[in-house]
Structure formats: C-alpha cells, structure tokens
Design a protein around this ligand. Structure first.
Ligand code: 13P
Length: 244
C-alpha cells in the first residue's frame, strides 16, 4: 500500500507574510496523506520552522546538479539538506521549457539529489502537440529513460514521479481521470520492478473539485498542486481527499 502524497509547488509566488498566514490557516485534520510544501528558496528555512512539529515535509523546486563551486545563482543538494529539505522537484516542465533543461540534465539533478539524501520528485509530461499527434507516451518514455539509464531499481524506489501534462498546467484544463490513469499505468510499467513501490502523482489544474475523481484511479497516488496550493483551505481539502 502506497501512502498518498500531496505536494504543493508554490512556484515563484508568495512572501514571508504569505507563508506565515498559510500555515496558520492550513488544517490537515490528520489527513493521512503525506504532505510536502515546496516554497521558493528564500522561504525554505521559514517553512522548515513552521512545519517542524507537524506532519508536513519540506521540498524545494529545483537544485543544481553540481556539488559546490563557481556556479553563481545555483543551490546544491547539500545546501537543501542543510536547511531540512527532504524532497526536491526535478524536471518540472517550466524548467524544461523556459530554462532549457534537457532530460539528461534532469537525470543528473535526480542523481545529485539522491546522493545527498533528498527524495527527487521527477516530473514528466507531454505537450499538447505531442498528445494531439499521438505520441504522448513516447515523449514520457523518453523523459523517463534518461533517468532509468542512470539509476538502479533501488534508487527508483526512493523517488517520486509526477505526471504533469504540459497542456493541463495552469490552464484549468485537467486530464480526465481515465487519461491520467492511462499514463500513470504506463509509467508504473516502465519503472519495472520498482514500479509498485513508487508513488506517481498527477499534476495539472488539480483542485478540490476534481481531486477525488483523480485519486480514485488505481495508479494515481496523490498530486503535485500549483495554483490551488496557494490557498490553504483549498489545499487542505485536496490533502484530505487524497487520504480517503
Ligand atoms: P497548476 O496546479 O497550477 O496547474 O500547476 C501544476 C504544476 O505545475 C505543479 O507543479
């Protein structure tokens, strides 16, 4: 049995005041889901303090694949561990499309994260064009393969995968539960012997109104939530839906 996981990706949103207010308002009512909050880098320590006595883990949105040195503007896995970070998102589609991150670079980040004891949340997902042209699964397989080439099954078991169709991110257009399930089942199969142990999250316009239907699918183990994670009440509802 895989424990459901719901992760908040605040992206480049929020402030000190926002973060303080969020944790005051967030009511998880022993949701039973594992909850992860991924704030922007400057708020990691603040969030670490706020979640210290709660069943909430800290995550980062990105990391460098390098360990240390002359890499201006970058943040290493060891630094993230140093401020109590447990999870890190790698390969988010915004990093891939806006910052040119290749699947090979994403795989290097995945490896760097695990070497420092972080749990990578590996994002994969197809563009609208890829879906319409009928090769969504090929695109996802290629993104996964870059990581599969670098790690062994035991490493995969210590990771999380998030399926985020690019066309569903921030658009209000969610994959149907059946569409998402098809891809999640495919991803689990590609993970081979590690597949059963790996939590596969869905991301893309998840809200409390569509969460239950998504979570009812056999291979959907939780969600990676963008916009709706900025509203503590709404995010709390999604976490509770995952635990049911
Ligand atoms: P939205 O929930 O805003 O669509 O964002 C999804 C996402 O990109 C989470 O990483």
């Amino acid at each position: 049995m895989r424990t459901p996981l719901v992760a908040a990706n605040w992206k480049m949103n929020g402030s000190r005041e926002f973060a303080e207010g969020f944790f005051t308002a967030l009511d998880l009512e022993d949701s039973g889901a594992e909850v992860v909050i991924c704030p922007p880098f400057p708020y990691l320590s603040l969030v670490a303090d706020r979640v210290a006595n709660r069943a909430i883990a800290l995550g980062a949105q990105n990391l460098s694949h390098e360990a240390a040195g002359a890499y201006t503007g970058e943040v290493s896995a060891a630094m993230l561990r140093d401020v109590e970070t447990r999870y890190v998102i790698v390969g988010h589609s915004e990093r891939r499309s806006l910052y040119g991150e290749s699947s090979e670079l994403v795989a290097s980040k995945f490896v760097a994260a695990q070497e420092s004891g972080l749990v990578p949340i590996l994002c994969v997902g197809e563009t609208l064009q890829e879906r319409e042209e009928g090769w969504a699964l090929d695109a996802i397989a290629a993104q996964l393969q870059a990581v599969l080439d670098r790690v062994v099954a035991d490493d995969l078991k210590r990771a999380v995968v998030a399926y985020e169709p690019v066309w569903a991110i921030g658009t209000g257009r969610t994959a149907t539960p059946e569409q998402a399930q098809e891809v999640h089942g495919f991803i689990r199969e590609r993970l081979g012997s590690a597949g059963d142990a790996v939590r596969i999250l869905y991301g893309g316009s998840v809200k409390s109104g569509n969460a239950t239907a998504l979570f009812s699918q056999a291979d959907i183990d939780g969600a990676l939530v963008g916009g709706a994670s900025l509203d503590a009440e709404e995010f709390g509802k999604i976490c509770r839906a995952a635990a049911q």
